[in-house]
Design a protein around this ligand. Sequence first.
Ligand SMILES: N[C@@H](CCC(=O)N[C@@H](CS)C(=O)NCC(=O)O)C(=O)O
Length: 203
Amino acid sequence: MKLVGPWISGFTRRTAITMKLLGIPFEHLNLNAYTDKEEVRRYSPMGKVPALVLDSGEVLIDSAGIIDVLHEMVGPEKALLPQSGAPRLRALQLVGVGLAIYPKLSALFDESLRPENYRLQSAIEGFAEQAIVGYKILEEEAGDGWYVNDTLSQADIMAVVCYEAAAQFVLPDVVTPVNFPRLAALAERAIKIDAFASTVPHL
Ligand SMILES: N[C@@H](CCC(=O)N[C@@H](CS)C(=O)NCC(=O)O)C(=O)O
């Protein structure tokens, strides 16, 4: 299988972390949706990443659907999501918060690329405010271990992906270990694991 997209795409990174944790081998095609448009479109006609090219040649886009298929490949026992009930609901709630944060980071990053007098300050403030509400939820819900049943799940993966992208690139003055100590500790626990350490994002 081939995974198309760069680690700076949080959606691609969470997919890659999932594949590595599940022991599903893949070839990484480090193609950026914005700077490698033509090449990305060879695999993903709409230019979206991540795209997973299956061994059959079929292509799947959207990290949620891709991860669903990956979980199905390994079966519910190994899936990085509790199988049912309250733990599953909690994991999906937290993943939902992360999935809502990340596009705000992308929007903030896009705004930062505009010449200063073309930036819309109200939009920048709005995106940041929404993202920070999300980080506060993830911070409040974090403990000393992993989020759900102290077993690493999709909730931890998405929270770490969101924390690192903001802390390193998009909101480095706000999303700090001082303001979000539990998220910072979660990220520290995660980075000791190869799936996280080997997918560190670079601009
Ligand atoms: N919901 C999608 C979002 C994927 C997404 O927005 N990817 C961005 C890069 S992080 C992208 O492909 N941007 C290019 C574009 O939208 O044209 C997912 O979870 O995979």
